[in-house]
Ligand binder design. Structure first.
Ligand SMILES: [Zn+2]
Length: 181
């Protein structure tokens, strides 16, 4: 598939991403808001909302943390790194292990990162995970695995809205777990 898209890109001058993510155009109304937050390499944010059996997580990070670059992939190597990242992000285990309840991803939405790069060429990864958990009241801990996969990621600012209230905390390579109860 990568080869086919690459050829299309070569001959038509189209962007690889505009083909892959054509179905994501309904997210464009969010575009104006996506770069209002701080874009600091090494840092990322995770918003987490637990509501009954639903667990929603929104991860936003400079692309630099995950790819080592923020422009459209150009070389074959960069394209491979980019595809690997997309595949990683679509595996829930890359982001989180939920302790105490079995949770299943009902949908994972990865936004196209290059369409919305700022003037200086900075671009963000923007992923939303929608989980359904069997016994949400028994969840004790969320183990965040991103630091194992992406060594450029230094800190993750977490904002949680739980049935018990709101909470903020900061994770890093030494501290990777969120205790829920
Ligand atoms: Zn940047």
């Amino acid at each position: 598939m990568r080869v086919a898209l690459y050829l299309v890109t070569l001959f038509c001058g189209l962007h690889l991403s505009s083909i892959v993510y054509a179905q994501d155009e309904h997210h464009d109304h969010d575009a104006g808001h996506r770069h209002h937050g701080a874009h600091v390499h090494g840092m990322a944010t995770l918003d987490l909302v637990m509501d009954d059996h639903q667990l929603m997580m929104h991860l936003k990070s400079p692309l630099m943390n995950f790819l080592g670059f923020e422009h459209q992939p150009e070389t074959e190597q960069q394209k491979a790194i980019y595809q690997d990242m997309l595949q990683q992000l679509e595996m829930l285990a890359t982001l989180v292990e939920v302790q105490g309840s079995s949770c299943k991803a009902e949908s994972i939405e990865v936004e196209e990162p290059f369409a919305d790069a700022d003037e200086a060429g900075h671009a963000d990864v923007d992923v939303s995970y929608f989980l359904h958990c069997e016994e949400p009241e028994n969840i004790t801990e969320l183990k965040i695995n991103l630091f194992d996969v992406y060594s450029n990621l230094e800190s993750l600012q977490v904002q949680m809205v739980l049935p018990t209230g709101q909470q903020q905390l900061k994770l890093n390579q030494q501290r990777t777990s969120i205790r829920i109860q």
